[in-house]
Ligand binder design. Structure first.
Ligand code: IMP
Length: 181
């Protein structure tokens, strides 16, 4: 049913599986003795973070934050709000921020700065998708699944007006879906 709204698949389910395996291995090699906190940014992190952590063969702690910058549409507002804060102290801990996509970089920048301000020993970013052409603040995620062009995408956690997060792949919506609101 959801497939009919998708113009093209950008990252398939098989590709996402391979990405999670690759990044899980890299993170395991780097963090296996560090008991890191993997901080997911809700709600978009859910599918990818869920898959990624099962590929990390090590002890880790999970945390979540809800930081919103979009207000249901397709343009970032630039106005970042923390609507749910992390409930674990990060002082002296290694933090891995897990995201679905880095676009302008504003959301991650705010969260990274907050973690460092609170005394995290280190902060890195793992993201399924990177859209470097959208960047307005300087930010280079350490662990990137795949780099995509400056296009609005949905699926695997990414939404358009809260819908399509449960698509098992990342795709581009047909233009008429925006028009039919
Ligand atoms: P940034 O602060 O601009 O980097 O935006 C990060 C957040 O914007 C992501 O966590 C998404 O929620 C949202 N976002 C950015 N690009 C897209 C997109 O192409 N589709 C859906 N959401 C997006």
């Amino acid at each position: 049913m959801l497939d009919k709204d998708i113009a093209k698949v950008l990252v398939s389910e098989e590709e996402i599986d391979a990405i999670a395996k690759r990044l899980g291995k890299e993170l395991t090699a780097e963090y296996k003795d560090k008991f890191p906190i993997v901080v997911g940014l809700l709600k978009g992190c859910v599918p990818f973070m869920g898959k990624l952590i099962t590929e990390m063969d090590m002890h880790l702690e999970l945390g979540f934050m809800d930081v919103s910058s979009y207000h249901g549409g397709i343009e970032s507002s630039g106005d970042i709000k923390i609507t749910k804060d992390l409930d674990i102290p990060v002082q002296g801990r290694h933090v891995i921020i897990a995201e679905d996509i880095v676009d302008t970089g504003r959301t991650i920048r705010v969260v990274m700065d907050l973690m460092l301000y609170r005394g995290a020993a280190s902060v890195s970013v793992v993201t399924l998708l990177d859209k470097p052409a959208g960047r307005v603040v300087s930010l280079d995620p350490e662990y990137i699944g795949v780099t995509i062009p400056k296009e609005f995408v949905v699926g695997y956690g990414l939404d358009y007006e809260e819908k399509y997060r449960n698509l098992p792949y990342v795709g581009v919506l047909k233009p008429e879906v925006y028009g039919s609101k």
